[in-house]
Design a binder for this molecule. Structure first.
Ligand code: CS2
Length: 472
């Protein structure tokens, strides 16, 4: 049995608290920050916070908070030990400790990867959902449960202590993510203390970011392979592709941040065109392939695009439906970006399950797919592939695949979505289109869209996902 990975943790003060210590942040932002500290110094060590369960903390603690990031290249695997974590806290066990960490004077940034649903907002409007059970809890209790609740209560503690606010650095796949998190924080702060809301509005900073790296879930087989490769047992490694990109709006409180541009982070004035490119070209096609690929019986994205029908389908999505609706960000060639995505998807070393990407569709579709559809339809452009993808999501969310086998649907709206399935596809589509938190008004009121979706859903039921994708 190989020795457990171990590292003596540093006791230097942390500069960053990160909410939502999942594999994505540990394989992306944490590595950039570790590299920036190696290059230019600064006390930017990270206190990670798990908002739900103790699993990651329990596995990392005996390792002195160190973990291995394993790069999965088409030609081989490269491990790197990451030692930038200073501590890991579990919010439900001790919410006060999390607030204390966020209010520490050394902390200048609170970053977040809490997934789309963690913002407790309405995906179609971007505003706080004040009826969300965690938000109702956080309005009445000083010790919060939700990410917006922790941000607001910790900012209040800093204001009361005469400290500057921290910069809130959102690293989730939401369009104008800084704007979204600023909106929910201000909405919640106004309900708790309007003076606090004014202070945050005047002094806070919420830069938007675009984050990108494909990070498939770690499997037991990955851990065994890693142990034979390194000679150390790591109970919490992360797996990632070679590619990475981070585009950050350069708007930090007092300019305090790690020296990110030295390690390849793009610091820009406006992230929006980068976010649109990435959310629509990568995440939009990821979700499309995930639903259709799953229904067609493919397990992973690389399996799906190894099927020539789906390779041609995703290429059409990029060239005929998505790129025509985008403004290229400075320095980016969208055709070349699509070529690079095709190569990243095909990487057979990345076993990124369609089921994993299919999770939380109700929270993901608006920014990934529905915006492109709405703009395409308004411009009179046909969008049959993306429309088929939305129909595939409906079919998937019904909880049964093409052979009648049960699908384990993970989505905050799962029970409501499953209850919308009817024998007549027009009725199913009508029920889905009435979901105001998912579909924008332009699509809800578009009879042509309802008709196209109905035809696509009928086709999926009668002919199957692969045959329908082949016809796009
Ligand atoms: C994926 C993303 O799970 C998903 O929904 O589309 O996690 C995707 O792999 C990353 O955004 C890539 O940067």
């Amino acid at each position: 049995m190989p020795d457990r990975l171990n590292h003596a943790p540093s006791d230097a003060p942390a500069g960053i608290v990160h909410l939502g210590l999942g594999a994505f942040f540990r394989a992306h932002g944490a590595i950039y920050i570790a590299e920036a500290m190696q290059r230019s110094g600064g006390d930017w060590g990270i206190v990670g916070v798990s908002l739900q369960s103790p699993g990651t903390r329990d596995k990392l603690k005996p390792q002195g908070w160190a973990y291995t990031a394993l790069e999965l290249g088409p030609q081989g695997e490269t491990p790197q030990v990451v030692t930038v974590l200073r501590d890991v806290l579990v919010a439900p066990e001790n919410p006060q400790a999390v607030l204390d960490a966020m209010a520490a004077p050394s902390v200048r940034i609170v970053s977040l990867t809490v997934t789309e649903k963690g913002y407790c907002h309405e995906p179609s409007t971007g505003r706080l959902n004040a009826d969300h059970p965690d938000i109702r809890h956080d309005l009445e209790n000083p010790l919060p449960k939700s990410a917006p609740g922790f941000l607001v209560r910790a900012l209040a503690a800093r204001r009361d202590a005469g400290l500057r606010p921290f910069t809130v650095l959102c690293c989730d796949n939401l369009p104008e993510n800084g704007h979204v998190v600023r909106g929910v924080v201000l909405d919640l702060a106004r309900l708790i203390d309007p003076d606090l809301a004014r202070w945050i509005e005047a002094q806070g900073a919420f830069p938007s970011t675009m984050v990108d790296r494909i990070v498939p879930a770690t499997t037991p087989a990955d851990m065994d392979r890693l142990a034979s490769l390194t000679g150390h047992r790591d109970e919490a490694p992360v797996m990632h592709e070679p590619f990475r990109q981070w585009v950050v709006e350069d708007n930090f409180v007092d300019g305090a941040r790690p020296d990110l541009e030295k390690v390849g982070v793009q610091l820009v004035a406006d992230v929006t065109p980068f976010e649109h490119m990435k959310l629509r070209m990568l995440n939009g096609t990821h979700s499309s392939l995930a639903y259709l690929g799953y229904l067609a019986g493919h397990e992973t994205i690389s399996d799906t695009v190894a099927d020539p029908v789906f390779a041609a389908f995703v290429d059409k999505l990029w060239r005929s439906e998505i790129i025509p609706a985008l403004t290229p960000p400075p320095g980016e060639d969208l055709g070349a970006y699509a070529d690079a995505l095709a190569a990243r998807y095909a990487n057979p070393a990345i076993r990124h399950r369609n089921w994993q990407i299919a999770m939380d569709g109700s929270q993901k579709l608006p920014q990934r797919i529905l915006g492109t559809i709405a703009e395409g339809r308004a411009a009179g452009r046909a969008v049959p592939g993306l429309t088929l993808a939305v129909a595939a999501w409906m079919r998937y969310a019904s909880g049964q695949d093409e052979k009648g086998a049960a699908i384990e649907v993970k989505d905050p709206l799962a029970p409501r979505l499953a209850a919308l399935w009817r024998d007549d596809p027009a009725d199913t589509v009508g029920g889905f289109l009435a979901l105001t938190e998912v579909f924008p008004a332009t699509l809800r009121d578009d009879a042509g869209f309802a008709a196209d979706l109905t035809a696509a859903l009928e086709g999926l039921t009668v002919r199957g996902a692969r045959a329908m994708a082949a016809d796009v």
